[in-house]
Design a protein around this ligand. Sequence first.
Ligand SMILES: C[S@@+](CC[C@H](N)C(=O)[O-])C[C@H]1O[C@@H](n2cnc3c(N)ncnc32)[C@H](O)[C@@H]1O
Length: 243
Amino acid sequence: MLSRRTVTTPIREVLDSRTFYHYLAAQYAEVVATRRAYFGAVDDIVVVHAPAAPAVLDIGCGDGVRAARLASAVGASHLVLVDIAQADTPSVLKGRFSLVTCLWNVLGHLDGKARQLALRNTADLLAPGGRLMFDVNNRYNAAHYGFAAAFRNFAKDIIGRGDGDYLATRNVGGRMITTEVHVFSQREVRSLLRSAGLAVHREWFVNYRTGHRCHTPWAGQLVVEAKVTPTVQRSRWRNRRSP
Ligand SMILES: C[S@@+](CC[C@H](N)C(=O)[O-])C[C@H]1O[C@@H](n2cnc3c(N)ncnc32)[C@H](O)[C@@H]1O
């Protein structure tokens, strides 16, 4: 005999990034602790490959603890921290930075337009020889999202139906909170950088659980070191020299 079941569909309230992280704040250190191995690996990449960096800007700093640690490891004497609603506001930031960091899929919390603007602003803020170092969640990361999901994402991209937009949900003290998050492909990141006047200098894939470096996009999140393209660099140089 079939039994009657009442199925209740929980209503999911999708919060904007600011509200989502506001609720998450009390638990933030706990969440960070679950990604210790991954963060350690990404931080090592930043410290080993970042240029000598007297001035560091961290975009989407969270509690700022990680950025402060990194800035001190690269010998910075000046650290600027930026969080919500400032990354895409050009007037907020002045000066030139030898290193700009944007870690743990911060770019995935910006909508398409803000993401583009944030990258363009970042290109303007980089000192000559400066680097932008960031990591994003990779939608082909089968090791983390599962083969079916990664393959589905790949197939959708092939037929031009992939948009990379998802909902991320966390349990905060028994309350499920949800926000929109963008998950990237390597190709998409390269194209975003290109249209912001930036180019990939180096890329790595890092396993989200173990922090091990891997050689294929199917096994990790994407870490990128980017620099201003030679064309933008030359035009800056010309503008500086023109009367
Ligand atoms: C996953 S956390 C990463 C925090 C930090 N970068 C780290 O590695 O620990 C994402 C951060 O992006 C910030 N964020 C979201 N939207 C933003 C925006 N429009 N401008 C700047 N930061 C933003 C959030 O407030 C949050 O602190």
